[in-house]
Design a protein around this ligand. Structure first.
Ligand SMILES: NC(=O)c1ccc[n+]([C@@H]2O[C@H](COP(=O)([O-])OP(=O)(O)OC[C@H]3O[C@@H](n4cnc5c(N)ncnc54)[C@H](O)[C@@H]3O)[C@@H](O)[C@H]2O)c1
Length: 270
């Protein structure tokens, strides 16, 4: 079997984990060949830590030369990475899903008839049920995210809105709106809203609430789905990744599981 040449854009927490996973678990079917990061020292550090031989490349060269592109960098480039990869008939796995809900990008992606776009569920549970429900009549999709204050304070939303003064164990809802607004207001935190939008009712009909409290110690995402097949409620209580408290361990595991799907002939789950 021909080994897929893999290129990785973004050599941070998720990218580095996936690079190690690729070389450890899939050496017979995939070969990590190219690395790219806008901080070259990060790509160089990852390159040194890997047992396989890789080259550092620009994102354009990386896309041209890889069969499978993994993006784990930023929502500011993920849309372009997806578009460029699909146009060249490549497979592409996007972690910064927030960058795909932009209407222009979404429309252009929908027109490309080649390549394959892989989007992991990320830090939420329930995407399988949402996809199944959406083959019937989907009525309502709502995400309620609970995060400790330190995981939210740096969000752009709080440049124009005051951060609430929190007391004791009081819980405060800091945001209530559509996913289309949430991905802009909380770009670091809200890839999950983007995944739900793409799998379900779209960014203008997917509802998002964000809550905080001094008593929250971990990130929690609760998904509520109503459809003509019934109701689904799924909760993920996420531990942070060791290297980056803003990233949930489950997001890395989700991409790991998706890579197993990419490389396996047995695929479980909708
Ligand atoms: N889908 C999900 O559930 C989910 C969960 C967590 C994080 N994410 C997203 O995945 C991405 C990576 O997360 P992380 O925790 O590894 O972040 P990180 O900050 O640890 O790593 C990101 C890396 O990408 C590099 N980078 C940033 N912009 C770049 C660009 N334009 N070109 C090349 N490299 C660039 C940075 O230098 C850094 O090395 C982020 O966009 C994050 O929002 C998605």
């Amino acid at each position: 079997m021909l080994r897929l040449k893999v290129g990785l854009i973004g050599c941070g927490t998720i990218g580095s984990s996936l690079a190690q996973i690729l070389s450890r678990e899939f050496p017979k079917v995939a070969q990590l060949r190219y690395l790219c990061d806008h901080h070259p020292e990060k790509a160089a550090a990852l390159q040194r830590s890997l047992k396989v031989k890789t080259s550092i490349a620009s994102s354009l060269d990386l896309i041209r030369q890889s069969d499978l592109i993994i993006e784990a960098a930023s929502a500011s480039i993920s849309g372009d990475v997806a578009l460029q990869s699909l146009k060249q008939g490549k497979q592409v796995l996007i972690m910064s899903v927030g960058g795909l809900v932009d209407e222009n990008i979404h429309r252009r992606l929908g027109k490309i008839q080649k390549g394959k776009l892989w989007i992991p569920s990320g830090a939420i549970a329930g995407v399988d049920g949402l996809l199944a429900s959406s083959t019937g009549e989907l009525k309502r999709v709502r995400l309620v995210t609970r995060k400790p204050p330190q995981g939210l304070q740096s969000a752009p939303y709080f440049k124009t809105h005051p951060f609430p003064k929190l007391k004791n164990s009081q819980e405060v809802r800091v945001f209530c709106g559509k996913a289309s607004e949430a991905v802009k207001a909380f770009p670091q935190n809200i890839n999950v809203a983007a995944v739900l939008s793409l799998a379900g009712l779209g960014p203008h009909r997917t509802e998002v609430e964000i809550w905080t409290s001094l008593r929250y110690k971990i990130n929690q995402h609760e998904v509520f789905i109503e459809s003509d097949s019934g109701k689904i409620q799924a909760v993920a209580m996420n531990l942070p990744a060791k290297e980056n408290p803003k990233t949930s361990q489950l997001a890395i595991r989700s991409a790991h599981a998706l890579l197993r799907k990419v490389f396996s002939n047995i695929r479980i789950g909708t």
